[in-house]
Design a protein around this ligand. Sequence first.
Ligand SMILES: [Zn+2]
Length: 442
Amino acid sequence: MSLTKGASSAKLPSAVGARAVGPIVFERVFGLRPRHDDSGGAEAAPDSSCFTWQAARLLARGERRPTAMAYAELALRDPCCRDHDGCVFYALITLLCGNKFKLAALHCDLLAELPAWSANTASGRLLAALRARIQHLSGDPARALESFARAARGSHGQPPSSIAVAWEAEASIDVGDPQRALRLLQRHDRRGEKAGDLLPGSLSGGRVLLLAARAAAHVAMGEYSAGIRDYRACGQYLLANQLDNPSLVPWHINLGLAAMESGDDEQAKQFVTIGMRAALRWGAASEIGRALYAAIRLSGRQDITDVAREAFDLLRVSGAICDLLRITLLLGKVLAGRQQLPLARRFFHEAIAMGTQHRNPDIVRKATSALDEIGAPRRLTPQEFKITRLAAMGYNNDAIARILILARRTVEAHLSSAYGKLGLSGRRELADCYPVLQPEIL
Ligand SMILES: [Zn+2]
């Protein structure tokens, strides 16, 4: 605990408004330069004919996302950018950071047809890692792991890049195996690429991603102090290098959530607030959804229905299905903890359905056991079910009595019994949760 307290008093520098970022900064973080007409040096002139460089500068600052997306798309069609590994890589990374998963996958498919990007070249290995990353983020970490394994088999003994190792480790965490993620990172450490070896100003392509993956593995294993330490190191390194985009490495929100788990609400609030601001500035739906989830966790409010739905909707439209699955399960747990059982059940059912669809047995297993823990609602009688359905459709008690040829008092008695069985306080909640209760009460 002393580690986190000590760390929270150390101020992180702010990148926004600081000097303009140069291509070398990207090389420090990812190991490649995002500019085909770059003559080298951190202070390279901002005017450039490279569309990727225009995109990368906005990506670094985490602002004007639609313009960054437009530049990234131009870059992927531009013959000069397409001839340069770094330009292609950052154009695709920009698309991923803007939730354009399908478009990025399409460009990867097109590139894979070109000889320069064939599997046995360095560019081809980079492309394989990118394709696996897209599979992971858009909902299938298990398939991503198969792709990483296939890429390793076809690499003719070449060690994987730090970027590929970091992404493979994150996919392992999302299939529920953080131990494997740590083993992967340790094996890579022994090859000389140390995740913790982030000296300011050093060229350390991909190492900040290794560090972020290690942080996530620690947090997934409940080792919060170690996770917080790694996330803080990530944040300090990225900000010192003028990179302040939550989609590039989502360290703010993850640090806030880890601090919350370790009981340090003050630090949690500080980083969730910074993360929310950064997410809104960049405007990617996935980041705002994740930040909203963190804000829900932090708030002590009982009624979180609307915000939980908004977080869910944002993640769904973003196409970041892997985050959607994880956070749907977590939202269910928060709702269950605040005794909002019908909506919690709805989230668990959604997590089970989507987890099945996207082949994520870890999510299905966790959501099923969470659902068992809060217990299924008691079964309604056929008469209670009929009345509840009409009430949920908006009919008042008099109308229901007329439709079913019952006394109004009988309708009221049945409804009150049904509310008790379903754990609802009244009509408004019934309308909210009715669609998902149907399979349970039938
Ligand atoms: Zn270029």
